[in-house]
Design a protein around this ligand. Sequence first.
Ligand code: AVJ
Length: 326
Amino acid sequence: MTTTPISPASFHISDKIASAVYEGLMSRPKWLPSWLFYDAAGSRLFDQITGIPEYYVTRTERAILAKHASEIISKAAGQSILRIVELGAGSADKTRILLTAAADRQDTVFYEPVDVSATALVEAQLRIEDELPGVIVCPRVQDYTQDLELDSTLPNERRLLLYIGSSIGNFEPGESLMLLERVRAAMDPGDCFLLGVDLVKDEAVLQAAYDDAGGVTAAFNRNLLTRLNRELDADFSLASFGHRAVWNPAESRMEMHLVSAKNQEVWLPGIELRVNFEVGESIHTENSYKYRRGDAEALLSKAGFAPQETWTDERGWFAVVLARAV
Ligand code: AVJ
């Protein structure tokens, strides 16, 4: 029997991260997937972003949900009991608004958060069961972008799936259609889907939201390099990569990049990769797609849903769409 030598690095590097980083940094232009942002520090930085003055996204969606929560819940429920499923482990107070409205209508609300991170699920469970006594949390550790399997429902129950926070904005148009089709396949006819999408708006507003004066978004972007330094033993010098946020009108998306300030070489022992950067060359780290009015409804229709109603804020910056599985 032969034994395969394992480098020490292999013990803590997940294959998923290693292959994503290898693929992205070997590509021209270079890129890294945006899910890499969310290690513990990155998740904390994103939480911080949701509160900065320039980042209108979270606050605008929360206001829409707060204003229309009981209408959303009663439209979704009809005569049935609602079981609320959330893709992602629950964006704290936004989910709480909807759960509270549901708990006002029925004695018990089953809430099924779906997330790849067991830690995030445990946190969501403790927080929600503590704050909302009428809600029973049934966490599911799953990668909903790959496959989704939901608890079965009773005859008098109907599901409401939440996909809020503009999370869909990170997916390419083709990917978001596939994702919605997969989610639809896990649902039953009559179940509802609530989708939050960020809308196209004045470029200066978008620009500021992704490049705030306090530099929190820049730190969030650069944290990706800190993560690669830690997890792949890389030697990125954080000071030699600048944060850039740009509006790409042709693709209708905000892009984030890390721009090399000089010609330099970076060594990533964990994946045995040496990468050269020219001054001004960038790593494309995120796309955040912005929808036009009607886009989300069209996408939902293609994926097997019938759009029921769309709510927006007065400025028309964000949209929340309720659709029914047909
Ligand atoms: C979590 C994907 C909704 O695109 O606005 C925030 C992530 N990136 N600031 C977004 C993000 C930069 C955020 N989403």
